[in-house]
Design a protein around this ligand. Structure first.
Ligand code: ADP
Ligand code: MG
Length: 257
């Protein structure tokens, strides 16, 4: 069964058909990229899936269950995590406390500030920080961290909630190319280990082609292509919509027979 199944999803803003009868599936453990030029409808799709926007029409199913129009909190509880476009961390708390709070929230416990921190999943939080390479910064306040490090902590927080599906709308916005690659490589490594599916958008085509298992392409609200990196690179309609946007698609990698 698909983890996520989207059918004929529609959303208009005034006269603009932001998302126009879009259908796709996300399979278990799949790392799926949603691409398209600015204004194609990517964020609108994400926001309908995570419950921030109500669809005008269409179906959104998570593990077969209809989640369209549920409030964001309920969708999160059912296993749809999201990062990084929201400020997930509390600046005055330490890195460790932020991950501990996420674990507490996931277990539906109540955070008691007067209890020693050790009582709150400390070891599990440290393990998660270790996995994102932030264990050495556990006792620093989040507000002191560099931008790329905040993203790593946000990833640990997202994983603390043990999602089935992780939604990432432009996770690497504002990052340098090398940092982008590192962050996506890290996300991929950690989600593959856990069997978590990912739906993400990303401006760098190099990153998309290097990491996505499959790519779906939106243009003016419509899904125009669905396939692996090579088929998307060679797709004439996809090239057409990207013409003039300054994006390059590179050459198909030659394989020696
Ligand atoms: P993308 O994320 O692919 O850049 P969006 O989903 O943000 O695209 O936007 C798709 C279209 O919907 C654009 O034409 C955008 O201007 C419009 N749009 C998005 N959100 C709103 C909104 N809240 N109100 C009005 N128009 C919107
Ligand atoms: Mg967007």
């Amino acid at each position: 069964m698909s983890v996520l199944s989207v059918r004929s999803l529609c959303k208009s803003f005034g006269g603009v058909r932001a998302v126009d009868h879009v259908s796709f599936d996300v399979d278990p453990g799949e790392f799926l990229a949603l691409i398209g030029p600015n204004g194609a409808g990517k964020s609108t799709c994400f926001n309908m899936i995570n419950g921030q926007l109500a669809p005008d029409d269409g179906e959104i199913r998570l593990m077969g269950r209809d989640i369209a129009r549920l409030p964001p909190r309920s969708i999160w509880r059912l296993g749809v995590g999201r990062t990084f476009q929201i400020a997930a961390t509390f600046g005055s708390f330490t890195v460790l406390e932020n991950v501990q709070m996420a674990l507490i929230s996931h277990k539906r416990e109540v955070f008691r500030f007067w209890k020693p921190a050790a009582a709150h999943h400390e070891q599990r939080a440290l393990d998660l920080l270790d996995q994102v390479g932030m264990k050495d910064s556990a006792d620093r306040a989040c507000r002191e961290l560099a931008y790329g490090d905040v993203k790593r902590v946000e990833l640990a927080i997202a994983l603390a909630n043990e999602p089935r599906l992780l939604l990432m709308d432009e996770p690497t916005a504002g990052m340098a190319p090398r940092e982008r690659n590192e962050l996506i490589a890290l996300v991929k490594r950690l989600v593959v280990d856990r069997g978590i599916s990912v739906l993400f958008t990303e401006h760098s085509m190099d990153v998309v082609f290097a990491f996505a298992d499959r790519i779906i392409v939106l243009a003016r609200g419509r899904l125009i292509a669905d396939g692996d990196a090579n088929s998307i690179r060679e797709n004439a309609q996809v090239r057409e919509v990207y013409l003039g946007t300054g994006k390059t698609f590179g050459r198909k990698r030659e394989t020696t027979p």
